[in-house]
Design a protein around this ligand. Structure first.
Ligand code: PEP
Ligand code: MN
Length: 281
């Protein structure tokens, strides 16, 4: 399949799109680590995660305020209150924030509180939401749909860019297959394929793709080795008591072990350009 006619294609724009978020650049030389709780639950919970990230040099905090849950009886998120908590804590610690928005009516308002708007897997095919996101200038983190092909994923991104918002990042979060050993199947091949086809940054969510804490570090390393521009992972002060995804969020100690292992691989270091490579030889 040729994507040459798409605005998101490398054929149209050979340089990588770099998304500047304060001092952090996504899609630049250095891959990013994005971490935070599945859901924003309280000021204390979010503040403790922010302090952990700050201590470890992680500058991007994620946290859901509008949660697309399978059951209507499950915690649905704090809504706008959650976005306000993200802003309060981010201002205190100097962090960049990402949170999911599910309703086009909340998109404009969200830009007052958070730095990056996530469009979740369940909404990757919500074309009215994609069109509305295209009218914004706030960066968008677009998740791959639960069973979306790469073709559908790229076209979903195209909706946003076609609307005028060029600040789009893609994130592979696992797809639904027959395999039950993991929550979803992490499609590592999506990373180099997307990097070939598009100039947009490509990230990998190791939490929702694997659902298995014990393999998140090797999967993060695999993602980075395959060329990912960053990794997302969920962390919570007390995962057993979390209001969503309690089985798969890392506690603080597990996060530090995870992050330490990924850092030690060297894969999070800035890429050398060809001159630096030559000097090193
Ligand atoms: C999330 O990142 O909070 C989330 C709900 O993920 P996904 O849309 O990938 O299921
Ligand atoms: Mn989650």
């Amino acid at each position: 399949m040729s994507y040459n006619h798409l605005l998101v294609s490398r054929a149209k724009h050979s340089e990588n799109t770099e998304i500047k978020l304060g001092h952090t650049v996504i899609g630049g030389k250095q891959p990013a680590m994005i971490a935070g709780p599945c859901s924003v639950e309280s000021y204390e919970q979010l503040r403790s995660v922010a302090a952990l990230l700050k201590k470890n040099g992680v500058s991007v905090l994620r946290g859901g305020a509008f949660k697309p849950r399978t059951s209507p009886y499950d915690f649905q998120g704090l809504g706008i209150e959650g976005l306000k908590l993200l802003k309060e804590v981010a201002d205190e610690f100097g962090l960049i924030t990402i949170s999911e928005i599910v309703d086009p009516a909340h998109l404009e308002l969200a830009g007052d509180y958070i730095d990056v708007i996530q469009i979740g897997a369940r909404n990757m095919h919500n074309f009215e939401l994609l069109k509305a996101a295209g009218r914004l200038r706030t960066p968008i983190l677009l998740k791959r749909g639960l069973s979306a092909t790469l073709d559908e994923f790229l076209h979903a991104a195209e909706y946003i860019v076609y609307g005028g918002n060029t600040q789009v990042m893609l994130i592979e979060r696992g797809i639904r297959t027959y395999e039950r050993a993991t929550r979803n199947t992490l499609d590592i091949s999506a990373v180099p394929l997307l990097k070939l086809e598009t100039h947009l940054p490509v990230l990998v969510d190791v939490t929702h793709s694997t659902g298995r804490k014990e393999i998140m570090a090797p999967c993060a390393k695999a993602a980075l080795a395959a060329g990912a521009d960053g990794v997302m992972v969920e962390v919570h002060p007390n995962p057993a008591a979390a209001l969503s995804d309690s089985a798969q969020q890392l506690d603080f100690e597990q996060f530090e072990t995870f992050y330490g292992e990924v850092k030690r691989s060297g894969l999070l270091s800035p890429a050398l350009d060809s001159n630096q490579e030559a000097l090193r030889l």
